[in-house]
Design a protein around this ligand. Sequence first.
Ligand SMILES: C[S@@+](CC[C@H](N)C(=O)[O-])C[C@H]1O[C@@H](n2cnc3c(N)ncnc32)[C@H](O)[C@@H]1O
Length: 260
Amino acid sequence: MADRNKIIDDYYNNYDEDRRLVKDQTHMVEFEVTTKYIEKYLKENHKILEVGAGTGRYSLYYANRGYDVTAIEFVQHNLDVLKSKITADMKIVAQQGDAVDLSRFEDNAFDMTLVLGPLYHLYEDADIRSAIAEAVRVTKKGGVVMIAYIPNDGVFSNWGVSHLLDGYPKDFDENFRLRRYPEGVFATFYIEEFKQIMKEFDVEYLHNVATDGLVNIMSEKINNLSKKEFDVWVKYQLSICERADLQGFSGHALYICRKN
Ligand SMILES: C[S@@+](CC[C@H](N)C(=O)[O-])C[C@H]1O[C@@H](n2cnc3c(N)ncnc32)[C@H](O)[C@@H]1O
């Protein structure tokens, strides 16, 4: 049985996570939409926790803007990159840690908790629940929790379509759902399935957002847009991102709730 920790380490030690959200317009959509939703709820003096902070695209962005940020990241290499970018004027603490166990933090400690990545890699039901429960536990009552996940058909229509013969039925089941096992690196959800899981927690639903929509399928077109055209495309994505009928093929999704 492969160890999920080793699989995640191996993956991110060989992937340039630091360039992911800035490398082209296709990848920038996710950042633009996610920050718009973060800023709907973020108030001055809010304490932010980011779990699975990667190399700090979000954590450093908000620390740079004066927020008090705590960043937890599993992979040492990503954490090292994040730490190398911290400047003396930032109020940020970055530590190695696992989303499924945030016991170093007290209950109700943060105004906003961002879990933008760990659920991409957790495939055991118990780990998925622990990561969500921990994010909710450490968030203040009335605070906002945002959890990113990967919709199944965003993966199938991108990676899956290039692996129809070698991937089916090895990596995809008879319903073309990505099988959940650690060697697969990524775990996917159906939108309705994720919403159902979140009903197990004492939170109020606020939004389910398709953060980047069809970017995987349309990457060439999106990368070739002029800057002005791209700005309009981001506006389009923002205008449709909560439409349930358009979410299942999104590259990424974001569940946003308030702790009761
Ligand atoms: C796709 S990256 C996203 C990074 C950043 N949050 C962002 O959105 O740009 C996912 C990150 O989650 C981290 N991660 C995966 N599983 C984790 C876990 N169980 N606990 C903490 N971090 C985890 C990975 O190492 C990786 O850096």
